[in-house]
Design a protein. Structure first.
Length: 108
């Protein structure tokens, strides 16, 4: 195993110890206790991802939020989505720090 592979595994262990990760896991488990609600949330997340990566998706995002309004007002859903966003932000910042440190320009 190379040193980079070893350090990657160490980083993964640290992420798994983080409050962001553990809160996300706890809320994902809580959401998973209601399979119908989880399916609605997963559907919302898929559609949101598609719209975020499409041109002119801002209008679609507003419509999507209106379409899923009854789901998004539930506290377990809001808490889950916020925790997911915090975890993804932490991971994104880690990737950006690495790419910046090695001089990899991802802005094409």
């Amino acid at each position: 195993m190379t040193d980079v592979e070893y350090q990657t595994r160490q980083l993964i262990r640290e992420i798994r110890k983080s409050n962001e990760y553990n809160q996300f896991r706890r809320l994902a488990a809580k959401l998973g206790r209601d399979p119908e609600l989880k399916e609605e949330v997963d559907s919302y997340r898929r559609k949101r991802f598609e719209l975020q990566n499409a041109e002119g998706g801002a209008v679609g995002l507003l419509q999507l939020e209106k379409e899923y309004e009854d789901v998004l007002v539930k506290s377990v859903v809001r808490d889950f989505l916020v925790s997911e966003q915090k975890l993804m932000y932490m991971i994104q910042n880690t990737v950006l720090a690495i790419t910046d440190a090695v001089g990899l320009d991802l802005e094409l």
